[in-house]
Design a protein around this ligand. Structure first.
Ligand code: ADP
Length: 247
């Protein structure tokens, strides 16, 4: 019996003959934080989009929680609990931070957001929305519009709106990109906290973040899996060092 929640077999994506992801076999264990790293152009984003069904593979299969999800649409896999940040949970800059989370909560319960719905209905999600804001450290920002949030806090809001969809597995694409040192520290502890009881796939450039968070790492280079293991194992792999140095 496999304890993998997500597995790919022979996952391949070609763009007009160019093989961006080449015969990738991933196995992501339930309850872990799994890092997907590699130099620019390695195929990380393409892989991420394949796993969340934003792209269809040219070949290969994807299994999630015991089912073949290869042919599914993004909304279908999201309903199964496989949720990427920024997926259905786009942040609306003119709504307040609290309203953004309420909208996500409403969506997670099957409705599409209706701007004409009486506010009283949306208010029923208030308590849970406030809890989620507390979880991500945004309580003090609840009544600001999302557009007014400092950049690092916006990423925390994206995580809150993702959590509102009740994910079993979260896929985070470079959650610390462009952040200050302090914001990185805050997001790292936030990811650690919200990963409890969940599985996380993290695409991340910042290797300090990866080493601090990830239980297991897959290194991609030129579309292929170059190395796998814990951080110490992949970091001393000479092929990984070479790929990162670009020699
Ligand atoms: P990474 O996220 O690791 O930097 P990407 O997945 O973005 O890598 O890209 C992998 C390779 O696939 C790159 O060489 C990129 O130019 C190419 N690629 C990605 N998307 C497309 C596309 N839509 N059409 C053609 N080539 C693409």
């Amino acid at each position: 019996m496999s304890d993998a929640i997500l597995e790919t077999a022979g996952l391949t994506k070609e763009f007009r003959g160019f093989v961006a992801v080449n015969d990738v076999n991933l196995s992501i264990r339930r309850g872990t934080i799994h890092g997907l790293i590699g130099p620019n152009g390695a195929g990380k984003t393409t892989c991420f989009n394949l796993l969340t069904k934003f792209l269809q593979p040219t070949r290969g299969t994807i299994r999630y929680d015991g089912r073949d999800i290869t042919g599914m649409k993004p909304a279908e896999v999201a309903r199964l609990g496989l949720v990427r940040s920024f997926q259905i949970s786009a942040v609306f800059p003119h709504l307040t931070v609290l309203e953004n989370v309420r909208v996500s909560l409403q969506r997670s319960r099957g409705g599409s957001f209706d701007f004409w719905r009486p506010d009283s209905i949306l208010r029923s999600y208030d308590a849970r929305a406030r809890e989620l804001l507390e979880d991500v450290g945004l309580s003090a920002y609840a009544n600001l519009t999302a557009g007014e949030l400092p950049y690092g806090r916006k990423r925390a809001l994206e995580i809150a709106t993702t959590l509102a969809l009740d994910p079993v597995m979260m896929l985070l694409d470079e959650p610390t990109a462009g952040m200050t040192h302090d914001d990185v520290g805050r997001i790292v502890s936030l990811i650690r906290r919200v990963s409890a009881g969940r599985t996380v796939l993290l695409v991340e450039h910042n290797l300090t973040v990866v080493s601090g968070l990830c239980d297991f790492i897959t290194v991609l280079a030129r579309g292929r899996v170059l190395a796998e293991g814990d951080y110490a194992t992949v970091a001393r792999n000479p092929d990984v060092v070479t790929a990162y140095l670009g020699t």
